[in-house]
Design a protein around this ligand. Structure first.
Ligand SMILES: [Zn+2]
Length: 353
């Protein structure tokens, strides 16, 4: 049986990239050190789990029941690291006394409903997959991640990061990794990995703007602004409007995202820059949204997402987005000026190369 390289094929999809946690750890932030160690453990465990199943990545069989209703199940890890223990709120239950449980429940509902009502996609897999959310994971765990079949949220350390479940763009970002997994399966490495990250950022911000009824002009275009704790208030993890400017402080270091191909990151960190080079297509999406509206831009990107493939690079992505836009022009869903807008936006970030 052929064994896949899990580090490439499977998106571990932590919202806070390792290189930021490493900066924090070097600056003696204890919570970041613990989270780094924990992240490594999770990755190892994940790989073991896959290799158990005859060496084949069997994500769809990994546990969620498919009833076609996409029911939400929120579990309370109570500071432990076991998942799917202590169900705190399931679909239809009244609100819990715990605001973190309620945020995870409400925001995952917003994401699910957006995909269903706006894009006509029935949950992550388009077959009504249940949404499993584990909150209060670990002790001061400063991250959130999509694990191939469920989501996990740490409480943050309360100083640098606050609770990860309290952010709609974080939940939108993570659940979109699930959608990517069930569509193109973009490999989590290099340019395809950066596209994987890009699409999660696109739908993270789009869903937030949709929920807040904000226009592209009104939105802040930030990812993770809501999870910054009191020490770093005002900073964020990424900016789609101005990649490279989301954070600059002694603890986290400086945002490394480029906004143009001429500054493309060629190093090995971060799976060869998946959270770094995503700044380039992110900026293009922002520019398109400012011209034709985020809703139309997201519709085009969502259609492109269906036609992507696991090893797609930036140049191929540009072609696929334009093709998707042309189809929507033909069906009258977007105006024909969208094509030139998209070409100009990609040109502005140096694409295609
Ligand atoms: Zn991600």
């Amino acid at each position: 049986m052929h064994k896949k390289d899990c580090s490439k094929s499977l998106c571990q999809c932590f919202i806070v990239p390792n290189y930021i946690l490493e900066n924090l750890a070097q600056n003696e932030v204890e919570a970041a050190r613990i989270s780094l160690a924990k992240s490594r453990q999770v990755r190892r465990r994940r790989i073991m789990r896959e290799y158990d199943i005859n060496g084949v990545v069997a994500l769809t069989d990994a546990g969620s029941e498919r009833k076609g209703e996409s029911a939400r199940h929120v579990y309370d890890c109570k500071g432990g690291t076991k998942l799917r223990q202590n169900e705190a709120r399931k679909e239809g239950d009244r609100s819990s006394g715990d605001s973190v449980v309620n945020h995870a429940y409400d925001y995952s509902g917003v994401v699910r409903d957006y995909f269903k009502d706006v894009l006509h996609r029935n949950s992550i897999d388009n077959q009504g997959l249940d949404l499993i959310l584990n909150v209060h994971y670990g002790n001061k765990f400063t991250n959130a991640y999509w694990d191939g079949d469920e989501m996990v949220f740490g409480d943050g350390d309360g100083v640098i990061f606050s609770n990860f479940a309290n952010s709609l763009d974080v939940i939108g970002h993570e659940l979109t990794h699930g959608v990517t997994q069930f569509t193109s399966g973009l490999e989590y490495e290099g340019q395809s990995g950066a596209l994987n990250e890009h699409l999660s950022d696109v739908f993270g911000v789009t869903i937030k703007q949709f929920h807040l009824k904000q226009s592209a002009q009104e939105a802040d275009w930030l990812i993770g602004a809501d999870i910054m704790g009191p020490t770093l208030k005002g900073q964020a993890l990424r900016s789609m409007k101005a990649p490279g400017t989301a954070f600059d402080n002694k603890l986290m270091g400086k945002d490394m995202q480029p906004d143009h191909m001429k500054n493309f990151y060629r190093g090995e960190q971060d799976n060869h820059g998946v959270h770094i080079n995503s700044g380039i297509p992110n900026k293009a999406f922002y520019l398109v949204s400012m011209e034709i509206g985020t809703d139309k831009a997201a519709l085009i990107w969502f259609n492109a997402m269906q036609n992507l493939f696991a090893t797609a690079n930036f140049n191929q992505f540009v072609q696929i987005v334009i093709k998707a836009a042309q189809k929507l022009v033909d069906s009258g869903e977007v105006t024909d000026t969208a094509i030139k807008t998209i070409e100009d936006a990609f040109k502005a970030v140096g694409l295609p190369e």
